[in-house]
Design a protein around this ligand. Sequence first.
Ligand code: C2E
Ligand code: MG
Ligand code: MG
Length: 706
Amino acid sequence: MKALRFGLQARFLVGMGLTLAVVFALLALVLQRQSMMQREVDGLAREAMQGMAADALSRRGEAMVEQLADSLTNPLYFSDLDTIGITVRAASRQPDVAYVLVYDSGGNIVHDGTYDIAAYGQPMTDPLARAAANSDHLLTQWSQRVVDVSEAISIGNERIGGVRVGYSLADIRASEERAAGNLNSRLQELGRRHMGWFVLLLATLAAVCVAIAWYVQRTLVKPIRQLADAANAIGVGNYDAKRLVSARQDEVGDLVRAFSDMNDSIARHDRDVRRMAYTDALTGLTNRLAFRESLDHRLMMLRGAGRQLALLFADIDDFKRVNDTLGHEAGDEVLVQFANRIRGAVERMGGDEALLARFGGDEFVILIQNGDVRAAATQLAEALVKELGQPLVVEGRQVFLGTSIGITLFPEDASGATALMKNGDIAMYQAKVAGKNCYRFYSRAMDQAVERRVHMEQELRGAWERGELSLVYQPILSLADNRIVGAEALLRWQHPDLGSIAPSVFIDVAEQSGLIESIGPRVLRAACMAASHWPVDPITQEAPFVAVNVSPRQLRSGDLPEEVASCLRDTGLPASRLHLELTETAVISDEAHASALLAKLHRTGVKVWLDDFGTGFSGLSHLRRVPVDGVKIDRSFIADMQRDPDDLALTTAIIAMAHSLGITVVAEGVEKEAQFDILRARGCDLAQGYWMGYPMSASEFEQLLV
Ligand code: C2E
Ligand code: MG
Ligand code: MG
């Protein structure tokens, strides 16, 4: 949690604080204005009171002084001090009167109301005296303590003196002060009351703020924080964190519920995606990706512990044939059954930590790490080869398949996952080379075998140009009259260093590298050329045909009919004397395309045979749909014919079936006279094999003909 972040709540609190501060400032301003007003009101009130009092005082004074001046004119003129004294004392008794002075024209005191008149004849010395003495009319003067009202006393135009009355301001000031004080305390009382209200207002405002903050925190900030935490958890892939629930019937409640639903759905998707990413959809086994991850992980753990591990790479032999001949659905069914058998074997013998994965296609990988892994791997491999060799029933048919297994050990063979997998693959490939349906442990020598294969491919490129490739011809006889009716052209490779290389080896390399697409047409041309020189049989008036093997790749490329036509044209060989041998799988894997192509070839007069017949799964029914002229029964059937009644039955069935369709039957690999005899008895048309003749050079074959 980032506590110091300027989040929603912090912002909200700051907003509240600012609002409070503004309210505070406004209140302070109002209070300040109020106290200023109080002072102003106080001043104005004082002024008004002073003005009023002074006004009243000076009017009273002026009236009294005028009256005094009148009544004192004669006594002053006659210096009648007694009368003056009586008048002055009467005036002195009036309220607020501080003094009454009668003075002569020189400004000297005539009477001050006292009986002994101690100041008689003395000049007036107070600060207001001069102005009063000099004034010849009614004069009102203000000092700090008194209001002095004076009037000159004259007879005719002659001034004989004047009278002054001083009113004490002390009383007035005191009552003024009292009134102002009163007012002030009332104002202050008012201010306090206002202040109280303000404080109450502020407190209420603050309380409202706190309440809103609490409410916002509870209803908005807290759920949003929880959502953010939950979203973070989802972000790091943790979908199982506590599920958020809300019973609220508002927008936040909706949001929380929607979020929880979203979390559930993401979790579900994640599980699905994981399952899909890590399992093989067809068999439900671990897939390559998951296996690879697991292998990396285990290798890391084992490396420290000094323990061993074995990887078994199992590949179904010739699985492609199942797909090609029985269709992909049957292929899938075969894979599922295979997977189940392997799973059973691994569960029984692989130990707790065994891991089985399908690597795509027909490849399965098994990891075992229990006990003596070499012994365990051997045992498991033996069991697998045996069990997987048992026939499968797919779509009501029995399918025989084998498995080749390559085994590699950690840490003997390699320490990295990639190298181990490569080794396993190499060992598996060697098991295939060794004849399939068996297992092989990886050895360093196998690397060399792979290298040799790569080397061979390089050598094969350009071998024709260097004259290393040549054709030999193996005679084909008619069983009925023991005559040579044709020959099969077979390719040979004589390498300057490696010597003669078996076609089963280099044809495979040529197939896989695509080199066969350039070699095949040359073979065709050379064979046609050779056959065009073969002499006509004096009895039958026919020259022997030449049978040329055509690779499935040549068939797929599509320009075979044109190539055949151009070879025939250039060499002058009649079309009827050229036979093309296609493998069963090549024809059947793409029946529509092959049928069209075969029909095209047929129109030129060329004959087409199915080679190695019986090894695929095409069954005899396919023969009806594909326009072929002959089938060559695979030599494995011929070899076992005498021992295995099944093979004999099949051979017999093929012959009968082919004949019913008007198709020629050729038997391959006839090595013994007995085989020859059996085939003849069953009505087989043609035969080829070591018993009649080994493959030989073109010239040797020609000599045989004459
Ligand atoms: P294939 O077309 O079935 O050829 C017959 C094979 O059986 C030849 O092996 C031949 O020597 C062998 N053979 C003949 N009689 C006997 C016998 O009595 N006993 C035994 N055990 N074998 C016998 P080869 O020449 O080694 O050829 C192997 C395969 O290589 C051929 O099988 C064919 O599929 C392929 N091949 C050969 N030449 C060519 C070619 O020019 N083009 C293509 N595409 N494939 C070729
Ligand atoms: Mg052949
Ligand atoms: Mg063959």
